[in-house]
Every structure is written in C-alpha cells, then in structure tokens.
Design a protein around this ligand. Structure first.
Ligand code: PAF
Length: 293
C-alpha cells in the first residue's frame, strides 16, 4: 500500500492500470468499522482500491467542528493496510491558495433535512467529491447509507452531470446497541453514548409501527415520544420518499420510504436513518412487501 499526498504522483501511479477497475472510498479519516465495510465492498467489486483521507474545509460551517474533527492518520493507515487497500490519497490541500472560485451547487435536494441547518454543506461535499473523481477517475465510488442525503445528492450529481462513475451505497454499520458507527461518536461521554443509542431505537420503533400498519402521524409520534423520554430533541424527524427525499404525505404509497433523524446529544450532532416497509391496503402482507425488497 502506498500513502500519497501529491496529486501528480497518484495520477502517475494510477496511469499504469489500464484494464483494472478502480474504486474510490472517499473519507475524512478517523476510520471505523463503517469505513471498513465500504473498503471491503470496494475490494469485492474492483481491482484497485483508493481511500482518500481529507478533512474538507468547504463542507464545514463557521461554527462547526472543522478544527476539532478527529484526525487519526497513523491508525487509519494501519487499518487500510490490513484491509488490502492499494493507495491512500492524503492531500494537504485540494483547493487553490487563494481559495476556490468555481464549485458545484446543489438545488432542492439539499434544502431539507441536514441541508436546512447546514447551509452550503452539500455544495462543499459535491465540490470535493467532484475534485476527487476528476483526480482519481474511478469506475466505482462507495458511500455509506448513514449519510443518506449525501448519498442521494452524489447519485444525483453523477446522473445530472453524466459523470462516468458508478455510485454504490453501503449499509450502515452499527454498534451492538444499534448506534450507527460515526467518527463523531468519539465526542460522546459514557452517558451521552448510552443516550445516543436511543436514536436508532426510535427508528426501529418507526419500522415496527409502519409494519404494523400505523399511520404516518402515529409512526412519527411514537418516535418523538421515545426520543423525548430520553431527553433527545430531534433537529428533524421525518419520513421521506427515498428518491426525492421529499416528506411523505402518507405511508400508503407504492414509493420506497425512509425514516431519518438528526439530533444533538450533548453538543454532538448525530444522524441516522432506516427504510420503512409499511403494511397498507396495497401491500397487506408484511412477509412479502415489495417496498422491502
Ligand atoms: O462522508 C464523508 O466522509 C465526506 O462527506 C466525504 C464524502 C468524504 C466528502 O468530504
């Protein structure tokens, strides 16, 4: 495995591959089992795996955690080595000295959910992912479903801009108590760590409620009540259509649905999401619900 910080050096290395499929796993480091599952998926699907590690300043708001974002390069390198990664791309900076003048902008898909409170965040994400795609020119790129809005936006960027890369989503990896793995979990103290697991429990309760045939309102209420019981005030708690990420009007739909939550535990902002498979007149059999396929 090579750890490379220079763009030209990485491109020189990658130029020696002709027929091989290259997969990119973009990360901001502080790797955990969630990232490892992305890397393992990349290894299964491609010949050459590049992991980028770059804490992208463009996607952090002014009062966000850019400076304190955990940086664990040595451990990250060891983890990638163990997983058989071919290249780590760890650039010092991906932007011009005088700041970036031209970037990408996301429309309506970035207005709700995380985008509502993180102005400019998704513009920063798509801009850096676009830069990484241009530098590395991977055939495949793997992103976690935990950042569900990010995944939807990146899929849309690739489709809208006809980018020659296949975007692959990977399921969220969870701790034993259900908490979604995240680099930001390292900010939680023991008490907050316990509280944080209730976010995934709320989502599981929503899944159960939908499968039992409850309405959209009742399903949301059950999750809200659960979070309240554990002193968690969600920034958002929504059921959205999986593709458009627009709020669902009813659970009685033939469109796939996703329940999504963002909430602060202490000062740590956490996000999570799960698919819903509502039992409805159109899909009466929970054992054979096409929305869960
Ligand atoms: O999901 C992340 O870690 C980041 O948003 C990404 C995709 C690496 C872009 O900086």
């Amino acid at each position: 495995m090579k750890v490379i910080s220079s763009i030209t050096e990485l491109q020189h290395e990658l130029a020696s591959f002709d027929k091989e499929q290259v997969a990119l796993v973009p990360t901001m480091g502080c790797l955990h089992e969630g990232h490892i599952s992305l890397i393992q998926k990349a290894k299964r699907l491609a010949d050459i795996v590049v992991v980028s590690i770059y804490v992208n300043p463009l996607q952090f708001g002014v009062n966000e955690d850019l400076d304190s974002y955990p940086r664990t390069l040595e451990t990250d390198i060891a983890m990638c080595e163990r997983e058989g990664v071919n290249f780590i791309f760890h650039p010092q900076n991906l932007y011009p000295e005088d700041g970036i003048q031209v970037g990408l902008h996301v429309g309506g898909l970035s207005q709700g959910l995380c985008g509502a409170s993180r102005q400019g965040h998704f513009d920063g994400v798509v801009t850096v992912v676009n830069i990484l795609f241009n530098i590395i020119q991977p055939q495949l790129a793997i992103f976690g479903e935990k950042d569900f809005q990010q995944l939807a936006i990146i899929r849309r960027m690739v489709a809208d801009l006809h980018m020659p890369v296949e975007v692959i989503g990977a399921e969220t990896v969870r701790e034993e108590d259900g908490l979604a793995k995240s680099s930001r979990n390292t900010y939680l103290n023991a008490e907050q760590r316990k509280q944080a697991a209730e976010i995934s429990t709320a989502l599981t309760l929503m899944q159960q409620a939908a499968t039992e045939g409850l309405s959209l309102e009742d399903t949301l209420d059950i999750a809200l009540a659960h979070l309240k019981q554990f002193d968690i005030q969600p920034e958002y708690l929504e059921i959205c259509y999986t593709d458009s990420l627009l709020p669902a009007q009813s659970l009685d739909t033939d469109k796939p649905l996703r329940a999504l939550i963002a909430a602060k535990v202490g000062s740590t902002r956490l996000i999570d999401n799960m698919p819903l498979c509502p039992t409805t007149a159109a899909n009466p059999d929970p054992e054979d619900n096409p929305l869960c396929a």
